[in-house]
Design a protein around this ligand. Sequence first.
Ligand SMILES: [Zn+2]
Length: 1014
Amino acid sequence: MMGAATVLLVVIVAAIWVAQSHSEYIEYNTTQRIVNGQINVHLVPHSHDDVGWLKTVDQYYVGANNSIRGACVQNVLDSVISALLEDKNRKFIYVEMAFFQRWWRQQSKAKKIKVKELVDSGQLEFINGGMCMHDEATPHYIDLIDQTTLGHQFIKDEFSKTPRVGWQIDPFGHSAVQAYLLGAELGFDSLFFARIDYQDRAKRLKEKMLEVIWQGSRSLGSSSQIFTGIFPRHYDPPDGFTFEINDVSPPIQDDIELFDYNVQERVNDFVAAAIYQANVTRTNHIMWAMGTDFRYQYADSWFRQMDKFIHYVNQDGRVNALYSTPSIYTDSKYAANEQWPLKVDDFFPYADKPNAYWTGYFTSRPALKGYVRVMSGYYQAARQLEFFKGRNASRPNTNLLAEALAIAQHHDAVSGTERQHVAADYALRLSLGYKEVHIDDFLFGRSGGCICPCFLGKPKVKFATGEASDGLTTGNALWTQNKFLICHVNLAAVSSTQYKLLSFIRSYVEQWKKLGQYNNVSTTDISVKDSAGNEVESQILPLSNATSILRKYYVKAYLGKSPGSEPKYWLAFPVSVPPLGFSTYIVSKPRQTGNRSTISKVHKSERSTNTSIEVGQGNLKLLYSADERKLTHYVNSRNLASGAYVFRPNGSFPIRSDRQESFAVLSGPVLDEVHQQLNPWISQITRIFKGKEHAEVEFTVGPIPVDDNIGKELITQFTTSMKTNKTFYTDSNGRDFIKRIRDFRTDWDLQVNQPIAGNYYPVNLGIYVQDSNTELSVLVDRSVGVSSLVDGQVELMLHRRLIHDDTRGVGEALNETVCIAGSCEGLTIQGKLYLKIDPIGEGAKWRRTVGQELYSPLLLAFTEQDGDNLSNFQSSTFSGIDSSYSFPNNTALLTLQELYSGKILLRLAHLYEIEEDKDYSAMASVELLKLFPNKKIRKVTEMSLSANQERAEMEKKRLAWKVEGSTKETKVVRGGPVDPEKLVVELAPMEIRTFFIEFASLQTVPEAENQAAT
Ligand SMILES: [Zn+2]
């Protein structure tokens, strides 16, 4: 009886809908396009494929480790391509080039031709188009540019396409640099994402403000704005419209001979969801992101349903459904000729609900964050050396490091939000990329080609045995032999006389493996000479206890054996290095009569009757209280205006360290050091270099104890009496500074429920506060979370170890450990902070200059030399630029790379914002003729930021959006066109300009070698 009744009902419904009484083939009409005057539902099929998260990038690609998560990106691409080939109306967007490249190189010629046709017809569109969907809080802007360029170049080379749309759907907050630099300056017409603060979203939903014109840069204003769409909820479809095999949404059942026919019901659901969204969206175009994480592994199951929805919904006629892409959607928005609300600054911090700020990840995995930063600076240098040397198509080359760095920018990589084994995978890739392009190899030619010995005239160079160390800080490595030859390489194009420290290696665990072979400095009998044979004053400093213990433990943990002998010292001496070049120093045992390196004097701090201990020999003095052995005063005698500032004695660490375990002051001709062991697992060294007016603070933190079963986050605070009025400034990806006000948001009335986490912001360069007289700046050596929770105070989160998961999907507590024979302890990290107090208006110069030096530090390479005769080395210094030319102080050379086309990719950047500095916020000019003194420039073409289209072409295509309300913008300044004769590049504040340079004849051999050859 029941069965008969059901059949009857079905027949009635079917009669209304399809007027047929038996099941047969239905040809779904998917041809629908935009219909004016109707609500248009743009269905955008997509798969969000994390380039590593719970599984590694390769595990996700091949579908390994499916017990963690059933995800196989190969299946996604295979099945999507065949589904697209089946119906030319279907569309799909693909985002992550790291995955697409892996798939592409496995395809047959015939398949590639078909895929190219899909791309040409617009069925398959690449959007975003970087190697990964990068994080926006924790990467440095140079890494963002590089990873995007790598993906865009691939798309250009293989498909001759330039992506039009930014698609940052998952990152946990959004940066100003993303909007203007990695958006507008790429030529993107729009940018889409999902995650903004829940309070912000609620207001925007109510006021139809989810779609805005975002001007991320104060300096570049409307010239770098982008149409930005925030999804009403998340990057998945409305409830009930997800169609992976295991998804629970009801499919359309339209076969009248089967039970549960539901066409009308499902059409009603569709229309209801569309009308809801149309009510919170301007214009009659809405977008549904049809997909989510690792979907479309069986693409037919999605496309089958979308085919049906488009067919039946359009028959119904209340709304118009179509296959679309974000580009088509953007064009529809533009065609509506509306005015849009203006958005400035950024979307940090992000909370997805009350008491759930996603700000801890600004610091999570500090060792990985540090390693990524070190490798980034290293990569820039290696690429520049490749330019001078000539780039190899075959390995070794910088490609592996470029790819490793690119995927490390993923929003679950450098962000620290991945599982432990995935973090190790990123680090391993970086170390392999690095290993391939040792600076030592480039300079000394172990892997073919060379720079240093070629310049040195007679390459009578014997290489140090074993593997070189990281090329950055190889102090220990120097002492295996009596004599070494050191090339200092300064590729930041910031010329200055600097103290180069041959300091102990720090950072991520992978590096420790390389260290084992260099473990043997016990001598203090050393002399340092420059390449002209002049004595250089140098100083020997003992390693801190914390450093020695750390080194011993990590060598054992990662090499499985104890270091043979222990280094006890490191050496410091001032060096002078020309821009884009190197200089050479000789470290050896002193002759009988020669100068010797000075051994630091140690002043053990006994309880003293004096009230304070003074440290520093130049203008900058730090005063420590003799009683408590804590920093109390910072005094700069040069600019008395800065006066003295009190560091509240208990402000250094919130963890009580009532009894410091030890305190010692070391001094010598190059620098002074204060060693403090604050408790068994926190120590710090504060350094003041002669001639420098800032303090360097090296901290060693860990293992953070969790035996009380409580996870801990370790912060450091600098407290002054400055009246900072709730205001502080943090950088956006190391570039523009953004004003922050405690417990306040510009865009909505903030309900404060987490006064600490809700005031944390990410920095990659640093933080500063100011009052009417003074600025206090703290710069960082990696991405860090910071705040100013009390006026006059700055705090930075250095390390965190947790024992519970935060239920945001990782399913693993952030508890980094290091083990020896199965016995594990928490990860210890070392890092540096840089502190300066300036009179108001003078801080920017220091922040920008030192910021560049921190990002691109002097690199260190070494080899040993036979014999004593230094006259073999005729050319021991080198500069790639005209020696008479001084590169403008307010600019930087970001990229100098030889491409396989033979063209040179050059990026130049202005380092200052408008009104940031009274001298340097001015237009700058860089003379290309002086930059390439030995080459004849044939052609200079200005390109988009990712160099995938000519700038002029990009500007021509740029959409002119209208902004709501009166915009009283002062005229935005940009550098003018480059005159082909004069070849001078103008840079306005915050401008980055990208060029292809072609030389008359590609001459990559250095001049010195040419002379030697003739
Ligand atoms: Zn993701």
